[in-house]
Design a protein around this ligand. Structure first.
Ligand SMILES: O=C(O)CCC(=O)C(=O)O
Length: 273
């Protein structure tokens, strides 16, 4: 599973400042989000909610709901019949579109206090959940290269899309916590290329100007859809599991993939990487 990178793209271990709780998010923190492109909160959900969420993720992985088909594995490590359930869980990379299959995870995505903060980040607009994922990195789990989430979504480029990443395990520098490039939400759309993933060219990586966002279980990172972010390979023996929800203002008029590619499609724009 280990992939050697040409250079260390996540070398900076300077930690992002955090806010203690959702209740501590006031106007200054909303302004911080818009200036810096992210907001890290140490406690959003209680331990028992996180424990229930992990159990729900495991039930979905174990196939307890036969209708749920959203499990994908680390590339090159598909499931095999001789794996125990615990070994199989360690190979899962992603769950997608699960909120309609589990009440506990659905409730998390619709948490009133969280939605209230997101609405404030969206200048009072009503947030609409439009993507839900669980992102699981077992030991050796691969990197997610630097990217902007807006490069994946068909919305106008001035839309305030908010990503919410909720730690289910402690996220550390060693096990693949997220890195963000502060203020990169002001850089506009960057060309993305199909390399190790749909990503910003490695030559544009932050070069030590990024910050890492370690979080305890139940902590969350919120970021703007234009903020550059990525996560290194999990070089530890611990799992790093997280939920990720994306919200857009419910008033938004969707665009097309062709329109999105005019901004983000490196190959479409004839750019080099
Ligand atoms: O969970 C991770 O490591 C990265 C997730 C991410 O940035 C994404 O899916 O957009």
């Amino acid at each position: 599973m280990t992939t050697a990178l040409p250079v260390d793209l996540y070398s900076n271990d300077q930690e992002a400042p955090t806010v203690p709780t959702l209740a501590a998010v006031g106007d200054a923190e909303v302004s911080w989000f818009h200036e810096q492109g992210y907001l890290a909160i140490r406690k959003v959900f209680d331990t028992h909610v996180i424990r229930e969420s992990l159990a729900a993720v495991n039930r979905l992985i174990d196939g307890e709901n036969a209708e749920f088909r959203g499990v994908s594995f680390e590339p090159g490590t598909g499931p095999s019949d001789d794996l125990s359930p615990a070994q199989r869980r360690l190979r899962v990379r992603k769950l997608m579109n699960f909120v309609d299959y589990d009440e506990c995870l659905q409730a998390l995505s619709a948490d009133v206090a969280l939605l209230d903060i997101i609405s404030r980040l969206m200048h009072g607009e009503r947030p609409e959940l439009f993507q839900d994922m669980a992102l699981l990195k077992g030991p050796g789990g691969r990197e997610k290269p630097w990217h902007q989430d807006m490069a994946y979504f068909n919305v106008p480029i001035d839309t305030t899309v908010v990503g919410v990443w909720i730690a289910l395990d402690e996220a550390t520098t060693a096990n693949g916590a997220l890195h963000v490039l502060p203020r990169s939400n002001h850089h506009g759309p960057r060309e993305h290329f199909k390399r190790r993933d749909w990503q910003i060219c490695d030559s544009e990586a932050p070069n030590g100007n990024d910050v890492v966002v370690p979080l305890p279980p139940g902590g969350a990172l919120l970021w703007h859809g234009l903020t550059h972010h990525g996560s290194p390979q999990n070089d530890s023996t611990a799992q790093r599991r997280a939920l990720q929800f994306h919200y857009r203002p419910d008033s938004v008029q969707l665009t097309t993939t062709e329109q999105r590619m005019q901004h983000y499609g490196g190959e479409v724009r004839g750019a080099e990487c």
